[in-house]
Design a protein around this ligand. Structure first.
Ligand code: HEC
Length: 113
C-alpha cells in the first residue's frame, strides 16, 4: 500500500474511532508538539542531549497510551522526564494525545498535511 493509502486508511480509522472514544485525535495532534521532540515518529530516537531510544507511540492502542501516562503521573512508572510531562497533562489531554498517536500508525504525520 502506498503512503497515501495508509494515510487515508488512518484518517478513516480515526474518524470511526472518534465516534466512540473520548479522545479527540485532532486536538491531540495539536497537543503532541511537546512530545515530538523525543517521540518524533521517524526512527523513534531522541537526538538531544544524546541519541537514546524512545518508545514508539504511533500505532499503539489509545487505551495503552493513556494507561501508561496515568502510571507516570501517579508515580507507578519511574522515569523522571515522563513523570514530569505526564504530571502536566489532564486526563483529557492524555486521551486526545493517545487518540492522535493511535491513528498515526507509524507514518504520515507531517504537520499541516
Ligand atoms: C524529553 C524526552 C521526552 C518527551 C518530551 C516525552 N517523552 Fe514520552 N518517553 C520518553 C522516554 C525516554 C520514555 C521511556 C521511559 C521509560 O523507560 O519508562 C518515554 C515513554 C513514554 C510512554 C510509555 C511508552 C511505552 O510503550 O511504555 C508514553 C505513553 C509516552 N512516553 C508519552 C509521551 C507523551 C504523550 C509526551 C508528550 C506530552 C511525551 N511522552 C513526551 C521521553 C520523552
Amino acid at each position: 500500500m502506498s503512503r497515501t493509502c495508509l494515510f487515508i486508511a488512518a484518517v478513516a480509522a480515526a474518524l470511526a474511532i472518534s465516534a466512540h472514544a473520548a479522545g479527540d485525535p485532532v486536538a491531540g495532534k495539536q497537543k503532541n508538539f511537546q512530545c515530538m521532540g523525543c517521540h518524533g515518529i521517524p526512527g523513534w530516537k531522541s537526538a538531544f542531549p544524546e541519541v537514546y531510544h524512545v518508545p514508539k507511540l504511533g500505532g499503539q492502542h489509545a487505551s495503552y497510551l493513556v494507561a501508561a501516562l496515568k502510571q507516570y503521573k501517579a508515580g507507578e512508572r519511574d522515569h523522571a522526564t515522563m513523570r514530569s510531562i505526564a504530571a502536566s497533562l489532564s486526563e483529557k489531554d492524555m486521551e486526545d494525545i493517545a487518540a492522535y498517536y493511535a491513528q498515526s500508525a507509524g507514518g504520515a504525520t507531517v504537520a499541516g498535511k
